[in-house]
Design a protein around this ligand. Structure first.
Ligand SMILES: Cc1ncc(COP(=O)(O)O)c(C=O)c1O
Length: 372
């Protein structure tokens, strides 16, 4: 992690303290409220109606703003943030470019809902995202490393070329968090994130955010949320604030575990292939070295067949069979079951915070009794 991210994280842990008075709680309050006092004389009160703003969102957005060094609008899920991007950044007749190998629901809502209004969605694989250029696109959404195949595209090159062609460039940074990769620093206009994953990190809340340094984009997103109503619950905002406070330590453990697992899995006789951007020779490794501050906590392992993949997930006592990722516990999912273009035996693993040796023992023991 670069020093500036270290510094930002240290600031994040202390930034509230300057605004506190003696006797104030060190941590933010959960403030459920639909209405706030709004006297007829008019006032500059910061809160009025619960769909417009909420003090607990303000706390979480301030913490995320510090980490992203950008304006933040939070949402009740990552998908709500994707939808906000699609709806506010396009109009009838526009063309959107999206990864063909990114999170499938993002493509699905673009086709199903935005496509109905005369927007054309074009898809390209992440590893060849630059091929064909960006002429005629209003919005370009990249996802790198892509979920679930962990392919990489060059964010700075995409941002430079797509912005020169007149597009707004958004990067879904869910798999990396601002500690691992900083798309806004690389020239993207927007970051989209599912904070359901590592940012909250405790598998107990759905949440999302958009980060941008462009005031016009921030205003459009905020206005969209204010009037269409995809608002986070104050309790979930509080959980995410709490989760953020441990992000850096969790992220360090998870990424160290992922790197160690990737190397050890490569050497295991039952393993047919491993995807991890940090492995020398992995597709996109050279780009990853340039643009990622860490190689992340996600990896893919091909154990040869659907049956072997299912057994690895179901029988390993330290792999939690869940569809999400970024939590405390190592989790795994056979993504071909969703129709993703990965081998039948490909298990997407999200390395958790377990101490490495018991985690590895459990995985290698399970591998040794499955498949050929
Ligand atoms: C890359 C990516 N973006 C967005 C989302 C959607 O996030 P949520 O489930 O919080 O709506 C996901 C969920 O898995 C994801 O993997």
């Amino acid at each position: 992690m670069p020093r500036d991210a270290d510094r930002l994280f240290a600031d994040l842990l202390h930034h509230r303290l300057g605004g506190l008075s003696p006797g104030d709680a060190i941590v933010p309050a959960i403030q459920p409220a639909s209405v706030f006092l709004a006297p007829s004389a008019g006032s500059n009160a910061p809160y009025e109606y619960g769909r417009f703003h909420n003090p607990t969102w303000t706390e979480t957005e301030a913490a995320l703003a510090l980490l992203e060094q950008a304006e933040i609008v939070t949402f009740p899920s990552g998908m709500a943030a994707v939808a906000a991007t699609l709806i506010t950044q396009t109009r009838g007749g526009d063309r959107i470019l999206m990864p063909s190998d990114g999170y499938y629901a993002s493509r699905l809502i673009a086709e199903k809902f935005v496509g109905r209004f005369g927007v054309t969605i074009i898809q390209r694989p992440t590893a060849r995202f630059l091929d064909g250029g960006f002429d005629g696109f209003a919005l370009v959404i990249a996802e790198t490393p892509s979920n679930p195949g962990l392919d990489i595209c060059d964010i700075a090159a995409v941002a430079t070329a797509a912005k020169a062609a007149g597009a707004v460039v958004a990067v879904d940074n869910t798999t990396m968090t601002p500690l691992g990769q900083r798309p806004l620093d690389l020239g993207a206009d927007m970051v989209i994130a599912s904070d359901t994953k590592a940012i909250n990190g405790h598998s107990d809340a759905l949440f999302g955010h958009i980060a941008t340094r462009d005031p016009a984009i921030a205003a459009a997103i905020l206005e969209y949320r204010k009037y269409t109503g995809p608002i986070p619950s104050p309790f979930d905002a509080w959980l995410v604030h709490r989760g953020l406070e441990t992000l850096e330590v969790r992220f360090s453990r998870m990424t160290a575990n992922a790197a160690a697992l990737a190397e050890r899995l490569m050497a295991h006789s039952k393993v047919k292939g491993v995807r991890y951007p940090g492995l020398p020779g992995a597709p996109g490794h050279e780009i990853a070295k340039r643009q990622m501050h860490s190689f992340g906590f996600m990896l893919g392992v091909d154990v040869g067949s659907a049956d072997a993949a299912n057994r690895l997930i179901d029988e390993c006592r330290f792999i939690q069979a869940t569809t999400s990722f970024g939590g405390m516990r190592t989790s795994g999912e056979r993504r071909a079951k969703w129709g993703d273009a990965v081998p039948e035996g490909y298990v997407r693993l999200s390395a958790g915070c377990e101490p490495l040796e018991p985690l590895w023992s459990a995985i290698s023991e399970t591998l040794s009794v499955i498949g050929d």
